[in-house]
Design a protein around this ligand. Structure first.
Ligand code: SF4
Length: 188
């Protein structure tokens, strides 16, 4: 059986599984595994949660030079124990995608074109609209003269990518605003 050292790997850096098969006489499945190990050599590894559905599968993300080079199921995660569905297996495409928006795009009410805005502009705009909506709700005729802090004009929805602590903070924040309609993507 052929054994590959790290030095061997580095020699063939950038060469695909077919070449590994040719150089070292590996079976295709061995070549694919070797190619994968080569790809994540010297990469920084971190954990994340799949953003696609409410199952909340865990993934290992390998990044090198600021670019995601591999994603795979996290074997230590209690939900999926290393497995992923086909959608989760393609999660790296969320990061490595020329069509990914990395800035704020805004279309005015009734507008026909998108404008590029800053993140600071967006957070201020959201805060202003939340305050305006909440003030109007609490001062509506039905609630005037009553000590009501419940806001029925805003609903909140969480996503599968939120972890326990983020869900806790999110729900606390929403309740502090008086929002009762709090839902989660996984229940819909
Ligand atoms: S890997 Fe598949 S099943 Fe798991 S959270 Fe993502 S989309 Fe859902």
């Amino acid at each position: 059986m052929n054994t590959l050292t790290r030095r061997d790997f580095m020699k063939v850096s950038g060469i695909g599984g077919a070449a590994l098969t040719g150089f070292f006489g590996l079976k295709p499945v061995q070549a694919r595994a070797a190619e994968m190990r080569l790809r994540i050599s010297y990469a920084k590894q971190s954990t994340t949660i799949c953003c696609y559905c409410g199952c909340g599968c865990g993934l290992l993300v390998s990044a090198r030079d600021g670019r995601v080079v591999n994603t795979e199921g996290d074997p230590d995660h209690p939900v999926n124990e290393g497995s992923l569905c086909s959608k989760g297996s393609a999660l790296y495409q969320v990061a490595n995608n020329d069509r990914r928006l990395t800035h704020v795009m805004y279309r005015r009410p009734g507008g026909s074109r998108w404008e590029r805005k800053s993140w600071n502009w967006a957070i201020n705009r959201i805060a202003q609209l939340v305050k305006k909506t909440r003030d109007e709700d609490l001062n509506s005729p039905a609630k005037q003269g009553k000590p009501v802090t419940r806001c029925d004009s805003i609903a909140a929805i969480g996503g599968a990518a939120l972890d326990n602590e983020e869900c806790y903070l999110y729900s606390k924040f929403m309740r502090a605003l008086g929002i009762a309609f709090i839902e989660h993507q996984a229940r819909i």
